[in-house]
Design a protein around this ligand. Structure first.
Ligand code: TMP
Length: 221
């Protein structure tokens, strides 16, 4: 496949969405065709299932196994109908969350067997593996502060089932991401998510320069 696939990972409120938008704009300004997608979501089915997964009224009522199957259904749909075709036509795909989130949240966070999860992931991604994963890391306290700020700024800010899961859950998820980065130090690059939006964006560009996935040269052509 001639395109490039970059995923953004990290705990909630690490700044993934903002940084994806900035990187997409940077690449587009240089004439690249870029698509941005998110998980769960990005397809008709995926967005509907996302609403189910994020429903506060299902909080605590869904088994972790059911969560995995729902996330995997979304992923399977997104890979086969959006990501793979885009990569085959030479586009850059920037994806907010991918299978590392399943390993971190359902594996490390909810305690499901990692080998079982990897088997399901293999089936859902159909061989489509990110060229690079940018893991935005902020401390659990920063993540909580950002969430609290959002809640007070926007009274309609909805707390989904994952955001209601508590501090120890998030610590396990964060630890999980760290373990995954240790296991695959080439694919997963850890980015310090503290500081201003501009500072983090600069760190991301420096990381792209350092990692040889062929994207950097495109960036500066
Ligand atoms: P977000 O789009 O606002 O990040 O919300 C998605 C939530 O879903 C987030 O809390 C992480 C969680 N999630 C999982 O638990 N497992 C997964 O495989 C994915 C993709 C997301």
């Amino acid at each position: 496949m001639s395109g490039r696939f970059v995923t953004f990972e990290g705990t909630d409120k690490a700044g993934k969405r903002t940084q994806i938008r900035i990187l997409a704009e940077t690449l587009q300004r240089r004439g690249h065709q870029v698509i941005t997608v998110r998980e769960p979501g990005g397809t008709l089915l995926g967005e509907r299932v996302r609403n189910v997964l994020m429903s506060p009224d299902l909080s605590g009522l869904m088994t972790p196994q059911a969560e995995v199957f729902l996330f995997s259904a979304c992923r399977s749909e997104l890979v086969r109908s959006v990501i793979r075709p885009a990569l085959e036509s030479g586009k850059v795909v920037l994806c907010e969350r991918f299978f590392d989130s399943t390993l971190a949240y359902q594996g490390y966070g909810r305690g499901l067997d990692l080998e079982w999860l990897r088997e399901i992931i293999d089936y859902s991604i159909d061989g489509v593996i990110p060229d690079l994963t940018l893991l935005l890391q902020v401390s659990v306290s920063t993540s909580y502060e950002r969430r609290a700020r959002l809640t007070s700024m926007d009274s309609a800010f909805r707390q989904d089932i994952f955001e209601q899961s508590g501090e120890s859950f998030f610590s396990r998820v964060e630890q999980g991401f760290k373990e995954l980065a240790k296991e695959e130090p080439n694919r997963i690059q850890v980015i310090d998510g503290h500081g201003s939006i501009k500072e983090v964006a600069q760190r991301i560009l420096e990381t792209l320069e350092r990692c040889d996935i062929g994207l950097w040269f495109w960036v500066w052509q």
